[in-house]
Design a protein around this ligand. Structure first.
Ligand code: C2E
Ligand code: MG
Ligand code: MG
Ligand code: MG
Length: 289
């Protein structure tokens, strides 16, 4: 609604506002303030990352983490990425933000390595629009070289929106990332319009099964059938699978039965700030101990 409102204001000028309910005007005002604040939110130290642990279902081991962006706004408090990422995409601030996220995640990996954590892979969400830029892969590689982290340790998450406008450019960008050694994961798998064609076209390593298929896994035999089919198809294409939004032990057990490789969700852990993540990782039973 915020995006729509901004769009209408731009298109119709001041008169367009006449058609909006007061709460929509407030929403627009907030969106404009958020857009203005995003420009230097990173520089002001208002952005930070939390990390959600990812678990291998076979071994039970902690294998990675997804970096999730948070914004502590001086006026509005904690703002959800679901609200500010679309605004950053519209304003163009997203490019700088995505690079900041990758650099932060790489530095965090170095810190965890130094603290004796197992060699984790950190997944970062990269906005769809970035994949139309052929230089993206080189830019991300340069960031990692500066921090001295191997691309094998970074998983780039993309959504189906990557190819909405420039499928050929996206194909080139994803192939370059893959060839440089980055891992590539397709996020929210199963929710888009063209999931199958993505598997055919892009050099993807992992499918992240969307949480909408996991939520009622124990209640709906249709969800169980869909997840089983996704896992089988992925494996026959030599892709690994991770289920998102796993909230119960029962869902985890069913996913294990399906052959799903990894899980992420509140049942294993909520997203954690770096220090809490380190404590979580160290509190797990050590291999061979
Ligand atoms: P996503 O990449 O699909 O991330 C998963 C979302 O599910 C996260 O929401 C996470 O906190 C939430 N989640 C994790 N486990 C559970 C669970 O068990 N149950 C439920 N109900 N939810 C769970 P979050 O952190 O609010 O992020 C929302 C979306 O914002 C992300 O969806 C991603 O698309 C985007 N986003 C987050 N961080 C970044 C970023 O650094 N860059 C970009 N471009 N997008 C980001
Ligand atoms: Mg994601
Ligand atoms: Mg997702
Ligand atoms: Mg999502």
């Amino acid at each position: 609604a915020a995006e729509l409102a901004m769009y209408r204001v731009k298109e119709d000028g001041r008169n367009g506002l006449r058609f909006f309910a007061p709460e929509m005007q407030a929403h627009t005002q907030r969106s404009l303030e958020l857009a203005a604040g995003l420009k230097d939110a990173a520089r002001k130290g208002e952005l930070f990352l939390v990390y959600q642990p990812q678990r291998a279902l076979g071994s039970g081991a902690l294998v990675g983490a997804e970096a999730l962006l948070r914004w502590r706004h001086p006026q509005w408090g904690l703002v959800s990425p679901a609200e500010f990422i679309p605004i950053a995409e519209q304003s163009g601030a997203i490019t700088a933000i995505d690079f900041w996220v990758v650099e932060q995640a790489a530095q965090q990996l170095r810190a965890w390595d130094a603290a004796g954590l197992p060699p984790l892979v950190v997944a970062v969400n990269v906005s769809a629009a970035q994949f139309a830029r052929p230089q993206l892969a080189e830019e991300l590689l340069h960031i990692l070289q500066r921090v001295d982290v191997s691309p094998q340790r970074i998983e780039v998450e993309l959504t189906e929106a990557v190819a909405l406008k420039h499928p050929e450019l996206a194909e080139t960008t994803i192939r370059r990332l893959h060839d440089m050694g980055f891992k590539v994961a397709l996020d929210d798998f199963g929710t888009g319009y063209s999931s199958m064609s993505y598997l055919k076209r892009y050099t993807i390593d992992k499918l992240k099964i969307d949480q909408s298929f996991v939520r009622e896994l124990a209640e709906k035999t249709s969800d169980m059938a869909i997840v089983t089919a996704i896992v089988r198809m992925a494996h026959s294409l030599h892709l690994s699978t991770l289920a998102e939004g796993v909230e119960t032990a029962e869902q985890a057990a069913l996913l294990h039965d399906c052959g799903c490789d990894e899980i992420q969700g509140y049942w294993y852990s909520r997203p954690l700030e770096p220090r809490a993540f380190e404590a979580f990782a160290k509190g797990l039973p050590q291999r061979g101990a």
